[in-house]
Design a protein around this ligand. Sequence first.
Ligand code: OAD
Length: 251
Amino acid sequence: MQFNDALLAALRGARHLVVFTGAGVSAESGIPTFRDALAGLWTQYEATQLASPEGFADNPALVWGWYEWRRMKVLRAQPNPAHAAIASLAGLTPRLTLITQNVDDLHERAGSADVIHLHGSIHQPRCFTCSQPYAYPPGIPDEPEGGRYLEPPRCGRCGGRIRPGVVWFGESLPAKAWNRAWQAAQDCDVLMSVGTSSLVWPAAELPEIAARRGATVIQVNPGETALDGWAAWNLRGPAGEVLPGLLEAMR
Ligand code: OAD
């Protein structure tokens, strides 16, 4: 894979590199992107039915079933070469901040430290009523994949329903994570956006913030996105191929 010299120079010379990832970075680990999942097995539902406080209040078993289906995929998945390349990139730049919209832990399992999770974690459920954290029983559940309706467990403290520890549509991002991400976007000189449709705000604003401050924006995505016009380089291809190639070329 050939990369433009100026692109490699920007990456090699970066003082502070921000890597901003979305569902596409985990696609090659077998975790369907949000929109792919909705276009497939879950085609009859709107995103807000599956991922909003109102959707959960309306049909807790549907929503809990959807997230358990995704959690089972995550538990069975392994990090792919894109996650590994991002972890290795940290050793090649003076400062790397990794910001993800993903609720899986594949970046951490690939060796990235201090990952900023803008949309929470699928592994940290809590009570819908009183926010008490809930600990999943250990191990990988053996319910059938795609088992749609699953009654959520109940909170040991107040008896409320347990909800997934992710950020839903209409909810605020965790303040600490957002502040750190926003500051990194302001400060970085290169931002690489990987595998995100750049449609969901406020997360999608981060590359634009960086670009407006003069940072070089690089995008890795097989398809066109809302970010195309802001990016100095659009590297069209799967992250699991483009990122290892980029890492190799930088060395
Ligand atoms: P999306 O599902 O919106 O977009 C996934 C992106 O990944 C698309 O642009 C694909 O072209 C790209 N893609 C697919 N395969 C890829 C690959 N192998 N390598 C690189 N890119 C690939 O996912 P996100 O942008 O992450 O939010 O979505 C952002 C948020 O929207 C999610 O965090 C979730 C969702 O609604 C909430 O739940 C709040």
